[in-house]
Design a protein around this ligand. Structure first.
Ligand SMILES: Cc1cc2nc3c(=O)[nH]c(=O)nc-3n(C[C@H](O)[C@H](O)[C@H](O)COP(=O)(O)OP(=O)(O)OC[C@H]3O[C@@H](n4cnc5c(N)ncnc54)[C@H](O)[C@@H]3O)c2cc1C
Length: 398
């Protein structure tokens, strides 16, 4: 479909990303799901293509492209309909290393950002703890100064890339008495002494590894602080709008993929001497879902445009994440129904899509939290300011 947002160059980039995923990822979906992990080599292959540093500086190996290249990349990720893989890659590039790229020191960029862009090191983001998820200000993992080191104690849970990843952008309390103003982001090597990782067993997203990680007197140089001490909460809030936008961008082609996959079945499967695609009730459901997907797509593109114009899009990103992730769930629930009993069988990809969709309204901020944020803006008139926006270079598109 023609779009006002993408240039010919963006579309050429789309073709190359699509070919890459069709060759390197889609055929491996079942294997990676069964093995409950993604091989690290796929990160290296993406690194070689420049896919892991799309908006980052060339000095550290990035390609310094405009934000619409990221939109293309994320849409193609979503199109794989392999949510475990899309999570691993999007967390790495848009939720973990982006903080280092934005405010990290030159040394941190050399030591962690550059190898992450090359795909040699895989990154995780550690905010959620066993005792608190939505309420970020109440985390209790502590980093205390001891000479030229921090000593870290505490635990994190539900951490994507947590088992096989190489390092984590860790949210810790450096001034526990200061609440949200006492949080810092610190880079921690995941093989450091005192780090214990336990892989978690999930309903879906099987190919992404998700871990509980405990930190027992883990010593980290003071120089591993990302940006300024005690600014971590604001950095996180600044990037959460990008995180939510990223989730929404990937959700739209995910929903579209579910419909496209279902349409194939509706044309093939017969009942009462007709293909299922000829039953009006099914046709109307597909028509409704397609309309909603198009609405979500336009909403997401508008949010991307505002983001690329440097606007603070806390409200728009929250709305886009809320609407798109709920839509994926509605879409897969209705589509699975049309597969009849086969939809409930693991051999059918719709079964995995159903399992994978469920967490979309939970991870990266729940639907309830999205509604809380939207309410604050539209009811209470709260205005959010920019901390940093990340990745929002303007497109050359007219
Ligand atoms: C597969 C997976 C991968 C994840 N990856 C990561 C990761 O890489 N890094 C990371 O840091 N975290 C990660 N998470 C954690 C995720 O972001 C949290 O699960 C999420 O933010 C919710 O936190 P919680 O699970 O502690 O739920 P809680 O905060 O305990 O919430 C429980 C319920 O209460 C509701 N609730 C809470 N507060 C309010 C309120 N004020 N008003 C109304 N309702 C409310 C919530 O919406 C939810 O329904 C991941 C989670 C999963 C499942």
């Amino acid at each position: 479909m023609k779009s006002q947002y993408f240039t010919e160059e963006h579309e050429l980039f789309r073709q190359s990303v699509r070919q890459f995923f069709d060759k390197e990822v889609v055929p491996n979906a079942d294997k990676w799901e069964q093995e409950r992990r993604i091989p690290k080599e796929i990160f290296q292959k993406m690194g070689e293509q420049g896919y892991l540093g799309i908006n980052f500086s060339e000095e550290f190996g990035g390609i310094n492209a405009d934000f619409w290249y990221s939109v293309v990349f994320l849409e193609e990720l979503g199109r794989t309909n392999l949510a475990g893989f899309t999570t691993a890659v999007s967390v790495h590039q848009y939720m973990a290393i982006n903080h280092i790229a934005e405010v990290g020191s030159y040394e941190l960029k050399q030591q962690y950002l550059a190898p992450a862009i090359r795909g040699e090191k895989v990154a995780a983001l550690g905010i959620t703890e066993p005792g608190t998820g939505s309420d970020v200000a109440n985390i209790t993992t502590k980093a205390e100064r001891d000479g030229d080191h921090y000593v870290i104690n505490g635990s994190k849970t539900f951490i994507s890339n947590g088992t096989y990843g190489d390092f984590i952008t860790l949210a810790c309390k450096t001034a526990p008495q200061m609440g949200m103003g006492g949080i810092s982001l610190i880079v921690v090597d995941l093989d450091a002494p005192g780090v214990t990782r336990t892989k978690l067993n999930k309903m879906g997203w099987h190919s992404s590894d998700t871990a509980e990680i405990s930190f027992d007197n883990v010593r980290v140089p003071l120089s591993n602080i990302i940006g300024q001490e005690n600014m971590g909460f604001y950095y996180l809030m600044g990037s959460l709008q990008l995180e939510r936008l990223v989730a929404a961008i990937m959700a739209v082609p995910g929903a579209q993929g579910i419909v496209d996959h279902t349409l194939q079945y509706l044309h093939e499967r017969q009942a009462f001497n007709r293909p299922l695609a000829k039953f009006q009730v099914i046709r109307h459901t597909i028509a409704e879902l397609s309309t909603e997907i198009e609405m979500a797509r336009q909403m997401v593109y508008n949010s991307c445009w505002l983001h690329s114009e440097g606007e603070v899009i806390v409200k728009e990103a929250s709305m886009a994440k809320l609407y798109a992730s709920e839509l994926v769930n509605r879409t897969v629930d209705r589509c699975l129904q049309f597969f009849g009993g086969y939809g409930y069988m693991e051999d059918y990809p719709i079964c995995r899509m159903y399992r994978d969709a469920r967490v979309g309204t939970i991870a990266g901020g729940t639907s309830e939290i999205m509604k809380e944020i939207i309410s604050k803006v539209v009811i209470d008139g709260v205005k959010f300011g920019a901390v940093y926006q990340g990745n929002n270079k303007k497109s050359t598109a007219k």
